[in-house]
Design a protein around this ligand. Structure first.
Ligand code: ADP
Ligand code: ZN
Length: 437
């Protein structure tokens, strides 16, 4: 079950010593980039100052804003001709950021991804269909090279074109897929249209990630497809996939700490929070040549599991991502994360696989409308049944988020959905006021 046994099982003490050594190298490399040259140089920080992991705290954080300001080459730490590829973030929260890789960076990345896939049992005999968009987005090529490294047969099907995806699965006996969780649920509609049962495929596992999703969504995917689904976390600033991945115990994602330093901070005070307590993930690359990043504030919220994993890997585990700090919205004075809503909705078996939260101005008050697809079976059951369900959903939501939303039901497949990351919140509250002058 180990792709790089020795590293994956490295005793904590040695792992931390390795981190210190690699951090020192990383600082040395980073100093060659215009950004860190200025920031570290300005503070007089040199590689020799890094003697323990504590010394990391002397280095300032790096933010997405810094990356944007440094566009295009402000973070490049090697001569441009050493760079063999670039990737960019999806731009979910604004201008995309760009990340460069040397040939060796790509090798290391492929190995990290291979480590993840091998950990959950993917082998060279597997047929792997990569249903993520290829191109600047890292989910495509990132998983692609990791799976090839293991020796699996890779079908680079890319995102979308649902009927073709299913046809490919049948023709080539796909055993493993990489898929965005919301799309995995959406694809079930196409199976139905084609008169096929996903359980009749040869599928045995799915790697799901790129967007927040709840345990209940994972369960739904597992049950509908009859497979194991493993959570995969990454971000283009840290390569992409291959940063953290669930092991067969499916209890948190191991962060590859020989390659990244993980910190969890309070996003307000910027102070570290103890294990088990939720905070913002901060990551430092330890092996990247082209574009080392120090203490990068990911904006993603999670906690660290305090105890070691029964699988024996010494690399610490992070929880499911609750969302980004800026996913949170405020309605009637209450802070809400979309995943809190998902958690409630998906507990109702009558509730279908898609939903969207719309925030509107309704007179002087804001209103939260939750649009939910319901199951086909429910539509024939008469209005009373639907109204009764609506009340139960409302009550459950109020209990969780302390606000009573308006609930609207839509037929299965009735909500718009794309092939990429799902849009869970549409905020129309500022539209009413018209354009700012
Ligand atoms: P963007 O930040 O523009 O979406 P990326 O494509 O680099 O660009 O996406 C990385 C982000 O996607 C992460 O910072 C995180 O917010 C989200 N993400 C990735 N994997 C997961 C996951 N398994 N669970 C929750 N969120 C995830
Ligand atoms: Zn484990």
């Amino acid at each position: 079950m180990f792709w790089e046994r020795e590293v994956e099982l490295l005793p904590r003490e040695e792992l931390e010593a390795l981190q210190v050594k690699r951090l020192r190298e990383t600082v040395a490399r980073a100093l060659s980039s215009p950004h860190y040259g200025k920031v570290l140089g300005g503070k007089g920080i040199s590689p020799e100052d890094i003697r323990s992991l504590e010394d990391l705290r002397r280095i300032p954080f790096t933010t997405k804003e810094d990356l944007r300001r440094g566009f295009p080459y402000g973070f490049l730490a090697v001569p441009k001709d050493e760079v063999v590829r670039l990737h960019a973030s999806s731009g979910t929260t604004g201008t995309p950021t760009v990340v460069y890789h040397t040939r060796r960076d790509l090798e290391v990345w492929a190995d990290l991804v291979a480590r993840c896939l091998y950990m959950v049992g993917m082998r060279k005999e597997d047929v792997f269909q990569n249903m993520m968009s290829y191109g600047l987005f890292t989910g495509g090529l990132g998983l692609h090279y990791g799976a090839e490294r293991i020796g699996a047969l890779v079908i680079p099907s890319g995102a979308g074109n649902s009927r073709r995806q299913i046809t490919l699965m049948r023709q080539f006996g796909t055993t493993a897929i990489h898929i965005i969780p919301s799309y995995a649920l959406k694809l079930l509609e196409t199976f139905q249209e084609m008169g096929l049962d996903p359980k009749e495929m040869k599928l045995r596992m799915a790697f799901v990630g790129a967007e927040p999703h709840t345990e209940k969504v994972r369960r739904r995917i597992e049950e509908a497809y009859g497979i194991d689904a493993f959570n995969s976390y990454g971000l283009s600033e840290m390569n992409g996939p291959g940063v953290a991945f669930e092991c067969p115990y499916k209890e948190g994602m191991h962060v590859w700490e020989d390659s990244y330093i993980l910190e969890v901070i309070d996003p307000e005070t910027l102070e570290p929070v103890p294990d088990g307590e939720e905070g913002e993930l901060v990551l430092t690359t330890l092996r990247r040549e082209a574009m080392p990043l120090l203490r990068y504030r990911t904006g993603d919220l999670a906690f660290v599991y305090p105890d070691p994993c029964p699988c024996g890997r010494t690399h610490r585990r992070i929880s499911r991502i609750k969302g980004r700090t800026d996913d949170m919205f405020i309605i009637k004075g209450v802070n809400v994360f979309p995943m809190q809503v998902e958690q409630v909705l998906m507990a109702f078996p009558e509730v279908g696989n898609n939903y969207v939260i719309v925030l509107e101005k309704a007179g002087p008050m804001d209103e939260m409308v939750v649009r939910i697809e319901v199951r086909e079976e429910l539509l024939g059951g008469g209005i009373r049944k639907l109204e009764e369900l609506k009340e139960r959903v409302k009550r459950a939501l109020r209990e969780e988020i302390l606000v009573t939303p308006k609930v609207e039901f839509v037929e299965p497949g009735g909500l718009p959905s794309g092939e990429g990351k799902a849009v869970r919140v549409i905020d129309r509250r500022s539209e009413v006021r018209g354009p700012r002058s």
